[in-house]
Each structure stands twice: as structure tokens, then as C-alpha cells.
Design a protein around this ligand. Structure first.
Ligand SMILES: *[C@@H]1O[C@H](CO)[C@@H](O)[C@H](O)[C@H]1NC(C)=O
Ligand SMILES: *[C@@H]1O[C@H](CO)[C@@H](O)[C@H](O)[C@H]1NC(C)=O
Ligand SMILES: *[C@@H]1O[C@H](CO)[C@@H](O)[C@H](O)[C@H]1NC(C)=O
Ligand SMILES: *[C@@H]1O[C@H](CO)[C@@H](O)[C@H](O)[C@H]1NC(C)=O
Ligand SMILES: *[C@@H]1O[C@H](CO)[C@@H](O)[C@H](O)[C@H]1NC(C)=O
Length: 124
């Protein structure tokens, strides 16, 4: 029992102490963007992408892709945006449902209700 608790503490600690920065968010956003059609971005810095808002620590805090007429799927990469607080994907044509990795987003407070505007089943 003690060993299990100890192991949990070690695993918990190593997960929390993993070093992440805007490069982590950039990789996640680039992967997220890949299967989406219509999300154009000519600027290089992810904090300046359409629909992306960074916090003062230069981490992606809000993603608002609403009303952009986007097609495609939301991939599990969204679960790597660990500083995400607000997500609005409403009024697009996403398919394939919501990745279960969304559960990794511990800071999220504001998910637009129309996030569930997906064509496809909700994850079980
Ligand atoms: C983010 O961290 C990685 C490794 O920890 C480092 O190589 C990279 O330069 C950092 N990026 C920024 C923008 O600080
Ligand atoms: C997301 O995080 C996981 C676990 O840290 C990592 O294996 C994966 O490569 C990351 N994905 C991206 C797109 O950075
Ligand atoms: C974002 O764009 C603005 C205006 O073009 C620019 O002044 C700013 O430096 C850019 N921010 C980053 C982080 O690249
Ligand atoms: C996202 O942007 C739209 C405008 O394009 C705005 O009406 C909506 O309130 C925003 N969503 C959030 C969660 O801020
Ligand atoms: C949905 O997005 C389209 C653009 O893709 C826009 O023309 C339309 O007005 C939006 N609908 C609502 C209810 O905001």
C-alpha cells in the first residue's frame, strides 16, 4: 500500500515537473491545425495565430475558432495545451467527436456550449 502511494507521488511529481513552454504549445497547435481545413495562419508566432490568445507567461490560454467555417477533426493534441482556460469551437463543421485527452486540461473553465456542435458521437 505504502509503495503504491509512493509510486503515485513519484509519477504525480514527475508529471507536474515536466518542463513545458510555448514550444510545447506550438507543437500541439501545429499538430492540431494539420487536419483542419480553413484555419489559415501566415504569422509564425503561435500567440499571433487567428483565434489564439496567450497569457502573460506566453502560454496558450484561449482558443476561439468559432464562426470560421472550419472542416476536419479535433485531434488529441488539444490535450497538450495544458494552460488552456477557454475553448470555443462553435459554428464550424468538425467531425469525429471530442478527444478524451480534453480531460487533461485541468485549467479549463469556459467551454462554449456549442462545443458539442460536433457531427459524431461523444466519447464514452
Ligand atoms: C522550450 O524548452 C525547450 C527544452 O526544454 C527548449 O529547447 C526551447 O528552446 C524552449 N523554447 C522557448 C521558446 O523557450
Ligand atoms: C503531446 O504530449 C505527449 C506526452 O507528453 C507527447 O508524447 C506528444 O508528442 C505531444 N504531442 C505534440 C503534438 O507535441
Ligand atoms: C504579434 O504581432 C504583432 C503585430 O504584428 C507584433 O507586434 C508582435 O511582436 C507579434 N507577437 C509575437 C509574439 O510575435
Ligand atoms: C469567440 O469569438 C466570437 C466572435 O468571433 C465571440 O462572439 C465569442 O464570444 C468568443 N467566445 C469566447 C468563449 O470568448
Ligand atoms: C457561422 O459562421 C459563418 C462563417 O463560417 C457565418 O457566416 C455565420 O454567420 C455564423 N453563424 C452564426 C450563427 O454566428
Amino acid at each position: 500500500m505504502a509503495a503504491v502511494v509512493f509510486l503515485a507521488l513519484i509519477l504525480g511529481f514527475s508529471a507536474v515537473s515536466a518542463v513545458t513552454n510555448i514550444t510545447t504549445d506550438e507543437h500541439a497547435l501545429l499538430s492540431l491545425k494539420a487536419p483542419i481545413t480553413g484555419w489559415s495562419s501566415s504569422v509564425t508566432h503561435v500567440c499571433n495565430w487567428t483565434g489564439v490568445l496567450c497569457n502573460r507567461h506566453e502560454r496558450v490560454a484561449a482558443l476561439n475558432l468559432s464562426n470560421m467555417g472550419l472542416l476536419g477533426t479535433i485531434t488529441s493534441d488539444i490535450g497538450n495545451l495544458s494552460f488552456l482556460v477557454s475553448l470555443d469551437l462553435s459554428n464550424n463543421s468538425f467531425s469525429g467527436g471530442i478527444p478524451k485527452e480534453m480531460a487533461h486540461l485541468r485549467r479549463i473553465k469556459d467551454i462554449h456550449p456549442n462545443f458539442y456542435d460536433f457531427r459524431g458521437p461523444l466519447p464514452g
